[in-house]
Design a protein around this ligand. Structure first.
Ligand code: ADP
Ligand code: MG
Length: 480
């Protein structure tokens, strides 16, 4: 039995959130009537000239700076020649030898709490192609060129990932980063963020890379994990049966949960790359880089460090809170209202709130409980107005739209009983009603304490302060 090692490199296409296309003034808005947003440049009419969108360049630099990459001082656009009906020019304008973003790196967090650095080989600017529509017309293919010329940043990783889980962690990290940077909306259903996975296997300990297959058509993180796992099994089975993996492009079929051969892998020289004579080289100065660096927002990694260092959050919670910008923004809003309650707020967001959102299949932005509302609830726990247990009841009522925490506590009479006289009389009642258990306690059975606490909390409808109950109960039982 040979132990196999999985090797994965990802190519991610992030659609840049510019208003107009990378080489024309046509709009990039998603979902318009086919072919209403393709101008003469996007259609590749003779005699037209591309004009580079400066905003796309800024966005690419922003990404490069955020991953500590080298920004290429003079990068070059190249023509990648191939024929396809959704590519009327007969070539795609991309970057080849001199991409705008050179080597950089990104740290990912693994499930065991360790982190790992993944190399980013390069990131280059290119234009998207149009779309072929196969479903609408029987026996025909429709061509929609609205997407033609939409700016893409292709982010290519080193073959550094060793499992499907690592690949997903890396893809999620890039996904969060481009959203933090506001250079891509990250919408995977609409195709704004697409991953191709290059997968190979090799005997454990072997240095040389195995032959890889490239899997396309993956539009969710769940499918990314499944597609890689399927592909790894397929390759191992092939090799163990004495066959060879062929270098090819494969398609992931989510319905069947399998990958299928699409075409044999083309080599760079099949594309006859050459510098596009219609476009000047792109010069980026140190000043440009400085200006862009200075304008960067706080990045997930910095946020994570701040949450751990300043707020005392666990590595794990800090990671979860910063993975998505929306979650981090929600946390920040709550924190702004109650700066000393960070740890408690984190627990509520990652526990009850996330649970409720998942159950209702809602994004945090659509949460019926806003950050301010949740914080008001947490403040009532912190100031002992209600217990953590009652808070769950209030949370549920808030979720159902019954109002603010204070309003619900008031309306339902949920204020915690901290008056020791009131607690004492409940304790006395419960002790009087359960002489057998009192005997057991006297005989050394500490466990019955739990029984008493349960009875007292029940009697008080969950409102007695649990800390006080525990303390007073012990004293009482010892003196009975
Ligand atoms: P191509 O020119 O075919 O796109 P690249 O050399 O640019 O190939 O690599 C594309 C991606 O494939 C990169 O993310 C790289 O890390 C990854 N890759 C290359 N070789 C392998 C391999 N043997 N196994 C897994 N991933 C690989
Ligand atoms: Mg490539």
């Amino acid at each position: 039995m040979v132990a196999w090692e999985t090797v994965i490199g990802l190519e991610i296409h992030a659609q840049l959130a510019t208003k107009s296309k990378i080489f024309s003034a046509a709009s990039t808005t998603f979902g318009s009537e086919p072919n209403t947003q393709a101008c003469a440049v996007d259609l590749g009419f003779p005699g037209v000239l591309p004009v580079l969108n400066a905003e796309a360049v800024n966005m690419a630099i922003k990404f490069g700076v955020a991953i500590d990459a080298e920004i290429t001082p003079v990068s070059v656009f190249a023509r990648k020649n191939y024929f396809y009906p959704d590519l009327p020019k007969g070539y795609q304008i991309s970057q080849f030898e001199l991409p705008i973003v050179g080597p950089g790196n990104l740290s990912i967090s693994l499930e065991d709490g360790q982190s790992k650095i993944i190399g980013v080989t390069r990131a280059h600017l290119e234009e998207d192609a149009g779309k072929s529509l196969h479903e609408e017309f029987p026996d025909q293919t429709g061509i929609d060129l609205n997407r033609a010329g939409t700016p893409l940043l292709e982010i290519v990783s080193d073959p550094d990932m060793r499992s499907a889980k690592e690949a997903v962690a890396y893809a999620r990290k890039i996904h969060a980063l481009v959203q933090y940077l506001e250079i891509c909306d990250g919408n995977m259903q609409e195709g704004s963020f697409r991953c191709d996975a290059n997968v190979s296997v090799r005997p454990m300990g072997e240095k040389a890379l195995g032959t890889r297959a490239e899997i396309k058509n993956i539009n969710s993180f769940r499918f990314l994990e499944r597609a890689i796992n399927f592909e790894v099994e397929r390759q191992i089975d092939l090799i163990e049966d004495g066959a060879k993996v062929v270098q090819e492009t494969r398609l992931y079929d989510a319905d069947k949960d399998e990958t299928r051969s699409m075409r044999s892998k083309e080599e760079a020289n099949d594309y006859r790359y050459f510098p596009d004579p219609d476009l000047l080289p792109v010069a980026v100065t140190d000043e440009d880089i400085k200006r862009i660096r200075a304008a960067l927002p706080e990045l997930p990694e910095q946020k994570r460090q701040r949450y751990i260092g300043d707020l005392g959050l666990s590595d794990y919670n800090a990671e979860l809170l910063t993975t998505s910008r929306d979650v981090a923004d929600y946390f920040e809003q709550a924190l702004a209202k109650a700066p000393t309650l960070g740890a408690l707020i984190a627990n509520w967001i990652l526990g009850d709130l996330t649970g409720a959102l998942n159950k209702a299949d809602l994004d945090i932005q659509a949460s019926p409980i806003t950050a301010v509302m949740l914080t008001e609830l947490i403040e009532r726990i912190a100031d002992n107005t209600i217990s953590g247990k009652i808070a769950k009841q209030v949370f549920e009522a808030m979720w159902q739209g019954e109002g603010s925490a204070d309003a619900i506590i008031e309306a339902q009479g949920l204020k915690q009983i901290t008056d020791s006289g009131a607690i004492e009389s409940i304790i006395d009642e419960v002790i009087a009603a359960n002489p057998d258990q009192v005997e057991q306690f006297r005989a050394g059975k500490e466990k019955v304490l739990g029984f008493f606490v349960g009875q007292i909390m029940k009697q008080s409808k969950g409102k007695a302060n649990p800390g006080q109950v525990n303390q007073m109960l012990r004293d009482k039982l010892k003196s009975v």
